[in-house]
Design a protein around this ligand. Structure first.
Ligand SMILES: [Zn+2]
Ligand SMILES: [Zn+2]
Length: 139
């Protein structure tokens, strides 16, 4: 596999590398503050640097940005293992969905439009079983 930073004309900085590595190993999407907390233990970095770095990575399509129903932005690596989420609108629980159903669609879109597609958003909203049953009970 190539170097994703080099391929996107981004200089390899300590912060970019650390964020990509962190997101690569994260089982769930993390907020910029979560990234900051995880990194500040091992390197000297400020919250604003983290914000700036993740948004650059998101612009280049290396990182996927999801805005949760809580209004908070979560980041995850945009690789072939990225996943999409079912979000409970009641308790904000995030349930990852295995695999991405959009790759074929992306390839077709890219072929028909000539776009170089760098990412996509897909989210499902609903009530988790727990909240759905509570909803039911209160009636
Ligand atoms: Zn819920
Ligand atoms: Zn996807």
């Amino acid at each position: 596999m190539g170097d994703p930073l080099k391929e996107n004309d981004l200089k390899r900085t300590k912060c970019r590398t650390a964020i990509l590595t962190l997101l690569e190993n994260a089982p769930v999407p993390i907020t910029a503050e979560g990234i900051y907390q995880a990194l500040s233990g091992e390197m000297h970095v400020s919250l604003s640097t983290v914000y700036r770095t993740v948004s650059t990575l998101a612009e280049k399509g290396l990182v996927l940005k999801n805005i949760g129903v809580d209004g908070i932005t979560y980041y995850q690596l945009n690789n072939h293992h990225h996943c999409h989420y079912l979000i409970c609108t009641q308790c904000n629980a995030l349930l990852p969905i295995d695999g991405c159903p959009l790759h074929t669609l992306e390839e077709n879109l890219s072929a028909t439009t000539g776009y170089h597609i760098t990412g996509h958003h897909l989210e499902f909203f609903g009530l988790c079983p727990k909240c759905a049953s509570k909803h039911h009970d209160s009636r």
